[in-house]
Design a protein. Sequence first.
Length: 367
Amino acid sequence: MSDRSVRNLDSLERSASTSRVLNLLAIARRHAKDKSWRENPFFQSEMLNRSILVKHRLRRNEADFFRGPRQVATKIIMPIDHVDLSLGGRFAFVGQSDYDTVLRQVFRISPDHPDVRTLAVLDRLPSLDPFLLREQLRREGIEPASCYFAINDADVAKMHDFVREEIEPLVRLSLGNDAAATGSTERLVKEIISNSRGKRLLGLGAVLRLSPEEYEEGLFCWKGFLYFKWSLSNIAGELALVIAGLETVKPVGPVDGEAREYLKRGRAVLLQLLKGCWAQTRQTLGVYEEAYSGLTDRGDPLIFRDFLLRAPSLFDSLGEQLGAIQHIISFWKHRFGPRSTPPSAPELIDIFMDFESSLQVRPGAGQ
């Protein structure tokens, strides 16, 4: 199916957030000559492995794609031209009502193909951030090449100053306040957030007593926590506005007693879950901050080393929590913008139910 929303894919490639888009086409362009990309693809289907996957907020006219109600779906976009993205593409949704037919006719795979299981994992996740994605795929025994789990270039550029400020105490501890510290800070920023596996500076790895392989994994984990911390700092103000809106939003039109009672209870439960989710996210990040403080304030590298080695076990909970919060913020901004109309009671109930469902802890997360 074609769609106006995917006509300007080059814009999507340049600006979309890491948590919303997994651009397999861009990864193919960058890593097609890499042995690991060829031997460990994300999908076995060549078409799927050069697609663009998007966590997509459904429009009203897209509700008929599914048998049951959904607010967010995983959209598979297939560019018409892999070079000229301005030509747009065709799309399909994971799990749409005629999904088996789409799999056979469009992707030439059967419903029991291994790629279908991979798509199902992606569809269950609240976001496509690479740290949550890698851990969930590993849990299912699916381990694509590491190049698929990079932060996209747009977010790397936005993160630069945040990461610089975060790691400056470490560099100052090592080099003091001389001029060399400035250049060292910049090199370490690039070391941590770069999407390239070029020549690594292994000095930090030696300090942390990590083997080269452990150092690569440690950098990935450090980048993950910096990414989560940066993301949370960006949405804190927006979340406060959503909470204020949830406390005051009222439906228009007739409201019977049952709906009124549900909205009263649902509002209280939803606010409790949302604030609790934020508190849990901050608590999990506090584990990282305590370990990093052990390195920078107490000069004990082994505290931070041990944290990095066990950090992946925390990606599940952080990714789930952040994804749920981002979903709520995104939908709220879309539905309750400056020119929006007040919701009816049935619509507000649906919104509350969707938000509550997204905040429920998925069994096994973070274990």
